[in-house]
Each structure stands twice: as structure tokens, then as C-alpha cells.
Ligand binder design. Structure first.
Ligand code: ADP
Ligand code: MG
Length: 618
């Protein structure tokens, strides 16, 4: 080993760049965040060759004075925080003061800036990744800043080798722009690649303008099948859009979560969302969402990761519970006539609204073929402005159990009403006929309703079984031979703290020693499950997230299977009164918009769509 010496500034910056500047997308993230911190109302992004050749970002923010430019390029120089107290309640996106220095050490960087509009000259500072010497000279620029980054990694060939194809790099970069565009509806964004304008997002804070931007960034199909949610439990506020369970994805690629305007990935948040969707999504499918959590900045630590993609909540349990319960409630109301249902074509607006949303001169997501199809038939719930909470109704207390008998009784219990005045027509209307023993055809105020009768009945039966369990309790039985489980001291402690949770779910778990638990009693329906593994998983959840729904999950899976077997099969002839009874039950049942596997249970074909099929009124 040689003697200790200080690193040169360039090498120190290049090491820091290793953490912060992974690829062109990271440059765009840092530079855009600076623009937003500078109060920009418009940012224009120009990129060549996926960003590795050129990234130029221009904003109309506060700008920088000539004498500040060299400082902006120096490491550990920031205007955003000055003290530890500031760090503990950061309001800006940046605060580490090392992004520009890092970028400058691995590229040819030029800053051009001006703090005033009044015709005075701006100045520019260039630095070439050499010894971090800055050349300063006057340059014309309106108020604001332009940051130009050329030839990224030109002097760090090892890094350069890690870059992927132009297309891949650009995709990453575009994703960064999308995230930031979703974080600030009040700022205009434009993105150009190799001379072609790809996005041109107008600013706006009205609900319609926000929805337009989400539709542009996430695709109109998402907006069409998303619920607007809004919930506040001081000091926490959550709002945004969640995809209907029937709009699930095969990948977790449409998930945006913002904490105080900063996009983050967080295990606690991910777990809470997943738990909220548990009962309505098929295994292996992923929900889509764009959600905003707002809380006191002092309640969240953003200084945990150099790229600030992670945060730490002071009270992660409260955050978890809040997110879970907000979304769970909203999703429970996804049923015909529920507040979560508005339906494409309610006013025949789907097609036009989509067209309008798309007509913003945007080149993205113009998968027109797909859109016109979606617009017509999709069972869309567009956000009612107030969101899913105001009109939330408790389940109408259906008779528990009786899955099998229930259908036989339909006709008797629910006679068809004689009148059908306009306003009295229920959301799913009245049955007309049965098609191929699978679908119910019904007429409502908007036109034709199609119901998958097995899927619908399965959900109704399942919800009834769950209600019954809630009122009658879970049947549980002692194990013939109690099962000892070796665990850690921490797990013993957590099991003791949550003894109530286990008890409520029919599981008796006792402490048998400092590092040992014993399972004495389990729910009857979990007889054939691996309860030891279940206990371990639950304890792991409790330690990490402060809550666990695994036992409910297992119990629900079993009820779901029972419901499937107990439900009316395809190819069973139903009478008109039976069909009407099923429609009424759907309207009353929580989550009845999708079956237990997350498939839709019904769809609407409005009279306008029918007219179009026959070219009527043209
Ligand atoms: P940080 O954002 O963590 O402060 P940076 O290295 O990203 O560190 O930027 C250093 C400083 O340069 C910022 O604190 C800010 O004062 C200034 N700056 C950077 N970009 C801009 C911009 N677009 N407009 C105005 N000031 C900027
Ligand atoms: Mg910064």
C-alpha cells in the first residue's frame, strides 16, 4: 500500500458520479429537479442519441448570477439548505449539492443563466470534465437557465460501456420525464428526441387538466378505467388515481407514488397498496396507480439514498394503515351503481372525451385503434369528481351462508317490479334474456347490459361468505399435538404484541420460551395449510410493515374456492326473476364489479354504441 493522500477534486467528483449518474436518465432527473427547485413554470428538454450525445434542458426559473455559476459546479455547494434543521425538513428536491459537480466530471457541461428579464446579459460557465476548472463568459439568455450536457462518460470509458442501446437509454430518460411531469401539473414540459417533439404537456391545475396529463402520460385506457381517490386523516393526505382491478397489468410498470412531490419506491407503500388490492386482483397481476401522499416534511426522511428514490417514514405503520384503508375502501365500492362506477358512455362522452384528451397535439399513446375499441366497450369508471368516499355504502347485510340455496330462492325473494319509470331503473336495469347459458342480457337507462352470470354470482357468494365469517367468527380447533416453532427473540416479542390479531383470526399462539412459540389452535379451514410457514410469514410482515393480512388472505382463498364451487355454473337456465335478483344483488355487493379473480363481471353497450354499429344517425 502507498501513503494516504487526498483525492483530486475531479476523482472525488467522479466517484460521487458513480452513485448519482448512472446513465443519461439520471442526468435528466438531476437537471430537471434543479429547474423545478428554481421555480420554473416551463422546461424544455432536448435530447440526441438517447441522451449520450446531448442533453439540453432549458427552464424559466430564477436563474443564477454569474459569480454563482462556478459554485453551482463545485461539490458540496448548494443554495437549498444551510443547517441540520433544514435537512430535517427538506422542501426542495435537491439538497446534496453534488449533482452538477458529478455530471461535470463525466461530461462536457455548460451552464448558461440569467437572473433577470430586463435585457441584461446572462453568463455561461463551461467545464470539461478535466480538472474541474470553470471558464466563465458573458452569454445572452432570458431569465432562467440552460444546462447542456454533451458526450456523457466521454472520459470514463468503463462507464460508457455500460450504456445500452439508444432506444433503451431514451426509454429510461422518457420515464424520468413522465414521473416529473406527473409530480408537477402546474409546470409545462416538452421533450424532443433527435429533433422530433414527443411530448408537449400543457400546465394546469384543474381536475380536467390533471386528468388530461395523466391520460397522456399513462395512456387514455388507464384514465378511463381509473378511480379518483382522495382521503385525509390529518396530518396525512392521499389523492390520485387507482386503476380498476379489471385494468390490472402483467408487470408493475404503471405505478407512480409521490411523497410530497418526490417520486419514490418504498416497500411499506408497495405492501399497503398490494394489500388493498389483494381481494380483487388475480395472483401475479399488478395494479396500476398514480398516487400522491402529502405529509409534514419532518415526518419523512429523504436523506437515505443518493438518488433520493427511497425515503424513510418516521411512523411507517401509520402511513401503511392510512394508504391501505383509503384504497381498500375505494375499491370496495367498485360495483354497478356504486360511487366508483361512472361508466364510459354515461353521457355518450367516452369517444369524444378521449378524442378531446388526445387532441392535445401529443404524439404519445396515440394507439388509436385500441382507444376506439376501449372507448366503446370497456367497463370504465371515470372518476366522479368527489372520489370514491362520499357515497360509500356499507354492505347491505345479505343473508349469510346459503350459497347453494340462494339461487333457487331468487325468484321467490325478489319479484320483478311492474313499473319501470326512467329514474327508477336500477343501474343494471332489468333482465331481457339469457345468452348461450353464460350471459345475462339486460336493459338499463343507457342501453344494453351484459353480465357474466357465473363471475357475478361467484363474487356475490364470496362476499356473503366473508360477511358470515365476520358476524359468526372464525371456527377454530385445537391442534392434537401443539406445534413448537423456533423463532428469534424479536419474533417472540412481536407475536406477544399482536396476540389479539392471531386470536381474532382463530389462531392461538403462545410463548414457549425466549426463542420459541407454540401454535395451539388454528382455524378449521386452515387444517391442510402449512401453518408454521404461515406464522413465520406473518411475523416477518409484522416486523417489516406493522401489519399482516396473510391469515385473512389464506382464509379468503379458501372461501373463494368454496364460492366458486357454490356458484351458479354456466349452462344453467335462469328464469327472468332469477336473473333480476342476481342483478339486484350485484348492485348491493361490494367489489361486485369484478369476479374473485379480477375479471369484469359486466359490461355496458350504450345505445350510442349500438347506433354506431348500425351506422344510425349518420
Ligand atoms: P443541489 O440541487 O443539491 O443543491 P446541484 O449540484 O444540483 O445541487 O446544484 C447546485 C446549485 O446550483 C443549486 O443549489 C442551485 O442553487 C443551483 N442551480 C442548479 N440548477 C439550477 C437552475 N436550473 N436554476 C437555478 N439554479 C440552479
Ligand atoms: Mg440538484
Amino acid at each position: 500500500m502507498s501513503r494516504i493522500h487526498l483525492l483530486t477534486p475531479r476523482l472525488a467528483n467522479q466517484i460521487a458520479a458513480g452513485e448519482v449518474v448512472e446513465r443519461p436518465a439520471s442526468v435528466v432527473k438531476e437537471v430537471l429537479e434543479n429547474s423545478l427547485d428554481a421555480g420554473a413554470t416551463r422546461v424544455d428538454i432536448e435530447v440526441e442519441a438517447g441522451g449520450s450525445k446531448l442533453i439540453r434542458i432549458r427552464d424559466d426559473g430564477s436563474g443564477m448570477a454569474a459569480e454563482d455559476l462556478p459554485l453551482a459546479l463545485a461539490r458540496h455547494a448548494t443554495s437549498k439548505i444551510a443547517s441540520l434543521e433544514d435537512l430535517e425538513r427538506v422542501g426542495s428536491l435537491g439538497f446534496r449539492g453534488e449533482a452538477l459537480a458529478s455530471i461535470g466530471s463525466v461530461s462536457r457541461l455548460t451552464l448558461t443563466s440569467n437572473t433577470s428579464d430586463s435585457g441584461s446579459q446572462g453568463s455561461s460557465a463551461a467545464c470539461e470534465g478535466r480538472e474541474m476548472e470553470v471558464q466563465l463568459k458573458p452569454a445572452p439568455h432570458p431569465r432562467g437557465t440552460t444546462v447542456e450536457v454533451r458526450d456523457l462518460f466521454f472520459n470514463t470509458p468503463a462507464r460508457r460501456k455500460f450504456l445500452r442501446t439508444e432506444k433503451t437509454e431514451f426509454n429510461h430518460l422518457e420515464e424520468v420525464v413522465k414521473r416529473l411531469a406527473l409530480s408537477r401539473f402546474d409546470v409545462a414540459f416538452s421533450l424532443r428526441h433527435n429533433g422530433r417533439v414527443l411530448h408537449n404537456l400543457k400546465p394546469g391545475l384543474s381536475q380536467a387538466e390533471r386528468q388530461r396529463r395523466v391520460a397522456t402520460v399513462c395512456g387514455p385506457a388507464f384514465m378511463d378505467q381509473a378511480l379518483f381517490v382522495e382521503n385525509e386523516l390529518t396530518p396525512l393526505r392521499l389523492w390520485g388515481w387507482v386503476g380498476l382491478p379489471t385494468f390490472s397489468r402483467s408487470q408493475a410498470d404503471l405505478q407512480y407514488f409521490f411523497v410530497n412531490g418526490r417520486v419514490i419506491r418504498d416497500r411499506v407503500v408497495a405492501h399497503a397498496v398490494k394489500q388493498a388490492y389483494r381481494d380483487v386482483l388475480y395472483h401475479g397481476r399488478h395494479p396500476a396507480f398514480v398516487l400522491y401522499l402529502e405529509l409534514d416534511p419532518a415526518q419523512v426522511d429523504v436523506n437515505v439514498h443518493p438518488t433520493k428514490h427511497e425515503v424513510r417514514f418516521r411512523d411507517s405503520r401509520a402511513v401503511h394503515n392510512f394508504i391501505f384503508s383509503s384504497l381498500h375502501r375505494a375499491l370496495a365500492d367498485v360495483r354497478p351503481g356504486g360511487s366508483a362506477e361512472a361508466g364510459v358512455g354515461a353521457d355518450g362522452a367516452s369517444q369524444d372525451a378521449l378524442q378531446e384528451r388526445l387532441g392535445d397535439g401529443l404524439a404519445v399513446n396515440t394507439a388509436t385503434g385500441e382507444i376506439s375499441h376501449q372507448g366503446g366497450l370497456a367497463w370504465g369508471a371515470q372518476a366522479t369528481a368527489a372520489g370514491g368516499f362520499g357515497a360509500y355504502r356499507a354492505p347491505a347485510g345479505p343473508a349469510p351462508g346459503q350459497a347453494r340455496e340462494q339461487l333457487r330462492d331468487y325468484g321467490r325473494l325478489h319479484p320483478l317490479p311492474d313499473v319501470a319509470g326512467e329514474e327508477e331503473v336500477p343501474p343494471l336495469g332489468y333482465a331481457l334474456a339469457q345468452l348461450k347459458g353464460v350471459y345475462i342480457l339486460a336493459e338499463n337507462a343507457r342501453g344494453l347490459v351484459l353480465v357474466d352470470m357465473h363471475a357475478a354470482h361467484e363474487r356475490i357468494t364470496y362476499e356473503r361468505l366473508k360477511t358470515a365469517r365476520a358476524s359468526e367468527g372464525i371456527r377454530s380447533q385445537p391442534l392434537l399435538v401443539p406445534r413448537a416453532v423456533a423463532v428469534s427473540q424479536r419474533e417472540v416479542q412481536v407475536a406477544t404484541e399482536h396476540a389479539g390479531l392471531f386470536q381474532r383470526l382463530g389462531m392461538v399462539v403462545e410463548v414457549a420460551g425466549e426463542e420459541s412459540l407454540v401454535i395451539r389452535q388454528i382455524p378449521v379451514s386452515l387444517r391442510d395449510s402449512d401453518v408454521e410457514q404461515l406464522l413465520r410469514d406473518v411475523l416477518a410482515d409484522l416486523i417489516e410493515f406493522g401489519s399482516s393480512d396473510r391469515i385473512e388472505g389464506h382464509l379468503d382463498d379458501i372461501l373463494s374456492t368454496m364460492a366458486c364451487h357454490g356458484s351458479v355454473r354456466a349452462n344453467r337456465r335462469l328464469t327472468i326473476p332469477e336473473m333480476n335478483a342476481l342483478l339486484r344483488d350485484m348492485e348491493e355487493t361490494e367489489r361486485s364489479g369484478q369476479c374473485n379473480h379480477g375479471r369484469p363481471t359486466w359490461t355496458q353497450l350504450g345505445i350510442e354504441e349500438l347506433d354506431k354499429l348500425f351506422l344510425r344517425g349518420r
